[in-house]
Write a new protein. Structure first.
Length: 201
């Protein structure tokens, strides 16, 4: 009988893992196919470690975002106050924790990921566009950090991220369109909030 090379066998194993991956869990399917239940536990542990690190960074940075918004009059004033003992925005941390808990209970990890990735892509694109705009409108502004590869790298990123966002809108409309509506809802909320703050002052 003809023998098959180990590389061919490995390719077939990986193909089967990808083919039968449930809920886009490709890495888990491949690891389980190659290493059995041990690979499944290894991937689960790696995901947990990665998630904990990501959550730690998100909690700290999002609280400071709420804090900055409150200081600019765009969020609840309580979020703009620091604790006298720890010098951290306690209200902002609690608000972020409550909102994150509600999101966790609202759907699966994959669904939340689809919402977040699409919305994040939009803001990444806007951020990079602002770099190009500010270079033209305010060329004399102090810039302690220079954007590497300007302007071609930024243009490539905008095009690539836009294509991914369009792809998500077409192939995952169940999550991306509601995500887009959530982002757009911030526009009227912004003007309403500014109007209310203006009436109070």
């Amino acid at each position: 009988f003809p023998t098959r090379r180990s590389s061919d066998l490995g390719a077939n194993v990986i193909a089967r893992g990808i083919q039968f991956a449930s809920e886009d869990r490709v890495a888990t399917a491949v690891a389980q196919t190659i290493f059995g239940s041990t690979g499944l536990y290894f991937i689960a542990a790696a995901i947990m470690i990665s998630t904990f690190g990501c959550v730690n960074g998100e909690i700290l940075t999002s609280a400071r975002t709420y804090y900055a918004m409150a200081r600019d009059g765009l969020f609840f004033k309580a979020a703009g106050k620091l604790s006298t003992k720890t010098h951290v925005p306690v209200f902002a941390l609690i608000a972020g924790g409550v909102w994150a808990s509600l999101l966790t209970l609202s759907g699966s990890y994959s669904e939340l990921l689809d919402y977040v990735i699409f919305a994040a892509l939009l803001f990444y694109i806007v951020t990079i566009i602002s770099v190009l705009v500010l270079r033209k409108t305010k060329p004399d502004m102090e810039r302690p950090y220079r954007a590497w590869g300007y302007p071609w790298l930024q243009v490539i990123y905008i095009v690539a991220a836009s294509l991914i966002a369009i792809d998500l809108l077409i192939f995952k409309p169940k999550y991306t369109w509601p995500g887009l509506l959530i982002v757009l809802s911030g526009v009227p909320v912004y003007f309403i909030w500014k109007w209310v703050e203006g009436r109070r002052n």
